[in-house]
Every structure is written in C-alpha cells, then in structure tokens.
Design a protein around this ligand. Structure first.
Ligand code: NAP
Ligand code: MG
Length: 518
C-alpha cells in the first residue's frame, strides 16, 4: 500500500496543560532510565568492554546519563566486517520492505515522542521546545526518506530506442561509517543513519561522545521496529581512537559525517587514501560548520529583525550549525538595533531546561564552555563592546549568559571563526551592499539571511549571498525536512541537502541495464 503523502510532524504546543503534563511525565520516566550501562552492539552480539564512556547532564555535570562500553580498534574492525557480511543480504531486500522499517520506527517514535525529547533535555540540555523540534525532525526524516526510497525504486525516466529494453536502477554502495554530531543528537543521527540504511547499505554508527544515550535510544528503536541485526552496528568510542580505524578500513565504502570543519577535513583526507585491498574510491558526505550572518537593512521591520536575530542566535544556546553568530547592520539603524537586541537578550532566562521557564540551557560540556568564554574574551580584547552577557550564568552546569558583542570589525576573530555557543557579534556597515560583502567574507557558507523591505536589494542578495540556505525576513534556523533541504557551501561542507530529494542519491549508485529485444 502506498504511504500517505509526506507532511511534517507538528510541533507540540506546550502552552496546553495536557501537553505540559505529558512532557513532565516523560521527564520523570526518563529520569529513571538514567545512569545505566549500555553495551556496544555488533551484529546480534552485545559486547561490554572495560574502557567506559560516561555521558553527563550538562545542567548538573555530576549526574550521569549513561555509561557506555567504548569500542577498541579491534572491535571497530569487527563492526565493519560484520556490516560487510550483512550487506550481501540487505542489499537484496526490496526497497519497499526497507522503507517499512523506517515507517514503523516513525510510528513508534511518534507514540513516545516526549520520552525522546526528555532524553534530549537531560543529555544535551535542550529546552522543551528545542527538544520537541529535534524529535519531530527525526520523525520527519524517517517518514521522508522512506518515501524517497519508494520514489527512487520506481521506473526511472530514460530515453527510449527501438530494439532495446533499457532501465536504470539505483543500487546501494556498501558499508557506511556514520558519524553524527551531538547538537541534533536525535534528528541528525536518525536522518543520517536511516538514509544510508533505507538506500540498502549497512552501517557502523559511531555516536558523538557527548550524546551516546540518544544514539542507543535510536538504535534500540530500530531494533524494536524489527530491523535485522547487523544492518546498524552501534559502536560508541572516541572519534580520534575509533574514527580513524573505521574511516580507513578498506571495506568502508562511504563515510557520512556531520560535525566540525576540522574533523570533516581530516576524514576527507583519510578517506581519500586508497588502502591495500580497497576496490573503490570512498565517497565522503561531510556537513560541517558555519559562521552564519544576518544583514539588517535600514529599510526593514526593525523589531521583526531583532526578534529573528535573537531567536537565531540563542535558540539551543547558539549550538546550531545554522545559528546566527553575526548581525551585520546598516549604520542608519545600528544604534537602535544594538540597544533592542541587548535588551531582548538580557531578558532570556538561563538555567536547567528541564524547567520550562528557562529559555536557554547549558552548553554541552566543560571544554566547550571554556572555549566559548575564551572567544568572548578575544572579542572584547580586539575592540568589541559587550552589551549583554559576557560571563558564566548561575548554576553548577555549563551555563553561559547569552552574550552580545557590538562594534566587531569584519575581520576580527569572532567575526570569522565558528564559536558554537550563545555569542552574537554585531558589525556595523555603511550600506546594504557592504553588508553583503561582509556576509560573504568567511570560509563558510551554510545559512544566512537578510532583513529588508526593498525588493531590489532582496533580489541582489538572492543572487550574491553565497550560502546553502538563504532566508529573507525570517529567522535563519529551523529548517523543516522536505520544506527547506539543508546543507552548506565552501567549508560548510558538501551541500548534501539533508531532507531534500537529492539526499538519498548520495548513498546509492545507478546501474544501467540494456537488453536487446526482437
Ligand atoms: P565534532 O567535534 O567534529 O564531532 C562530530 C563527530 O565526529 C563526533 O561523533 C566525533 O566523535 C567524531 N569524530 C571526531 N574525530 C573523529 C575522527 N578522527 N574520525 C571520525 N570521527 C571523528 O563536531 P561536534 O562538536 O559533535 O558538532 C558540532 C559541529 O557540527 C559544529 O561545527 C557544527 O556547525 C557542525 N554541524 C553541522 C551541521 C550541518 O548540517 N552542516 C549540522 C550540525 C552540526 P567524538 O564525539 O567521540 O569526538
Ligand atoms: Mg552530555
């Protein structure tokens, strides 16, 4: 039976008492799941190792979320070999059957939606709304990629000739190494994994060391949906120790990575080296960092621009690859914009996001907190004027006050490097055109936007603002699966356009079959 047309999973309205209650209940239920030990899983085998990985709650760093067995390099190799063996069966499973596993998983996740969201609140510090959006996006990826596989499995349009029967079919690649980040600990992990698997590949999934609990929750969900053992192999471990072994294995056919520029470049280089016995060039899909800017024109709805900038900069503590980290403002409205943004930012409540009164939670770990505070110091040292935040916020967690630094010059460190935290740099420009030049002055090209009521200026920006996801008169975060296919240019990655019609192609290759007929 054909599935219903795709539509986005609705976001939960937490102003409704019943929804608030449901989320409170889920937080209580998941609290009881915390602190347990989880094995790594290769094929059907659950394996416990002595070297452990601890996941902590960034709001209360002494609270353990889960304890995970770290893979050794030997186990990493075994995981690849197991996946390679399983591939020989899985690749012949009909696409419709493969898609069914995704639809089943989506159904199960939808039923236990708040449970996944609660896990996100505990493990990575997402507010209710942010966690709910992460879970909804995971459901969307499952529903969308399932349908996409059915589309690619249909008869493909090719030109007809007399005397031949020709067909083009998409077949999978082989064993994939899937390496997601922690910041969409459920959605991105689920999307990357599900896409590779529904396309007929088998994978070794190495979750981020900051969010293995969400990784195991998704892995268990797929098991519950009936996915055969060995199609996904769950292998936590440190990126440095285990990642290189997985990426460089000659049986690895592709790597699907989302994370920082530095690690993406490293993986790309390592994967390019052909190993003894390797029969292909590895394909690397790498989605990396951003330094996303919003250009604010004097001809615009300034209050709208202020709200969109604050939402884009401080949602999930600025830890989105799409987060606004630069507001580039035309001088006529500069002072007014700075004052309004500072005021709105100071009003944001920071604290444990398990409490829905808090808009912003902690940053993900201690190292990250220190790095962000260092960037704030550098920003001020280079001449920036701190107009909001600038310090840690109260609490034992990794809380940083949402920070706005004005008078940043286009070539200052905090105008060019990805900070990945709640820090917004404001840059003054003479006019809109100069704003566009500044917007394009980084090595990244992920998201960006403009606020202007002038149609001509907007038109120019559409052509020249060099980012994968470009927004006009709205916030620059919050891409919806199917609606806003997502991926960036330049050092932001390979522009895979996750949640779009081109994405599954990255995990398949086309085979042309031509048969002589009478
Ligand atoms: P990260 O530090 O680069 O880590 C990403 C993943 O790579 C983690 O699972 C990490 O494992 C692993 N890793 C580290 N070294 C490795 C190696 N040598 N071989 C294989 N894997 C390795 O990034 P993150 O801090 O998790 O995420 C934040 C970054 O992701 C930001 O730069 C953000 O902009 C980017 N991001 C981009 C997108 C996009 O769509 N473009 C979306 C979300 C996030 P460990 O945790 O064990 O180190
Ligand atoms: Mg953690």
């Amino acid at each position: 039976m054909a599935p219903t047309p795709y539509k986005n999973e609705p976001l939960t309205d937490f102003t409704t008492p019943a929804n608030r209650k449901a989320m409170q209940k889920a937080l209580a239920v998941v609290a009881k799941e915390l602190g347990k030990e989880f094995p790594l899983v290769i094929g059907a085998e659950e394996i416990t190792t002595t070297d452990k990985l601890y996941s902590y709650n960034p709001s209360h760093p002494s609270a353990i979320i889960g304890i995970f067995s770290k893979a050794t390099p030997e186990l990493a190799v075994r995981a690849i070999e197991t996946a390679a063996k399983k591939f020989e069966e899985w690749k012949f499973v009909a696409p419709a059957k493969r898609a069914e596993y995704l639809f089943k998983a989506a159904k199960l996740m939808r039923k236990r939606k708040h449970e996944f969201s609660a896990a996100l609140t505990y493990e990575v510090g997402k507010s209710w709304a942010e966690a709910d959006a992460d879970t909804a996006e995971a459901i969307d990826f499952l529903e969308y990629y399932g349908r996409e596989m059915l589309r690619y499995a249909q008869k493909q349009p090719i030109v007809k000739v007399a005397g031949e029967k020709n067909e083009l079919v998409y077949i999978p690649l082989g064993v994939g190494v899937v390496v997601p980040p922690w910041n969409f600990a459920l959605a991105i992990l689920a999307g990357m994994t599900a896409a590779a698997v529904v396309a007929g590949n088998t994978v070794v999934l190495k979750p981020s060391s900051d969010s293995p609990f969400l990784g195991v929750k998704f892995f268990n969900l797929m098991r519950e949906a009936g996915l055969p053992a060995g199609v996904i192999n769950f292998v936590p471990g440190s990126g440095a120790a285990v990642g290189d072994v997985l990426v460089s294995n000659p049986l690895t056919r592709f790597v699907s990575f989302t994370g920082s520029k530095e690690v993406g470049i490293h993986i790309n280089e390592l994967a390019a080296k052909v190993q003894p016995g390797q029969k292909w060039l590895k394909r690397v899909v790498a989605e990396m960092g951003g330094k996303d800017g919003i250009v604010i024109d004097d001809q615009c709805d300034l209050d709208g621009a202020v709200s969109a900038t604050v939402a884009s900069a401080f949602g999930f503590q600025g830890q989105k690859c799409s987060a606004a980290s630069r507001a580039i403002v035309v001088e006529k409205v500069y002072d007014a914009f700075v004052a309004k943004v500072a005021e709105k930012t100071k009003a944001l409540a920071v604290g444990d996001p398990a409490d829905p009164a808090n808009y912003m939670g902690p940053v993900v770990n201690k190292g990250s907190m220190e790095k962000i505070l260092q960037y704030i110091e550098t920003g001020v040292k280079e001449g920036g004027r701190c107009v909001a935040g600038g310090t840690r916020a109260e609490g034992d967690g990794f809380f940083i006050a949402p920070t706005v630094i004005a008078d940043v010059k286009p070539t200052d460190t905090i105008a060019l490097e990805e900070i990945f935290g709640p820090v917004l740099a404001i840059i003054k420009v003479k006019n809109f055109d100069e704003g566009l030049d500044v917007a394009n002055n980084t090595e990244f090209g992920l998201t960006g936007g403009v606020w202007t009521n002038n149609a001509k200026k907007a038109e120019k920006a559409k052509r020249t603002f060099h980012v994968g996801n470009f927004y006009i008169n709205r916030k620059i975060t919050g891409a919806f699966v199917g609606v806003h296919p997502f991926g960036g240019f330049n050092m932001s990655g390979t522009d895979s356009k996750a949640g779009g019609r081109d994405y599954l192609l990255l995990f398949m290759q086309a085979k042309l079959i031509s048969e002589k007929i009478k």
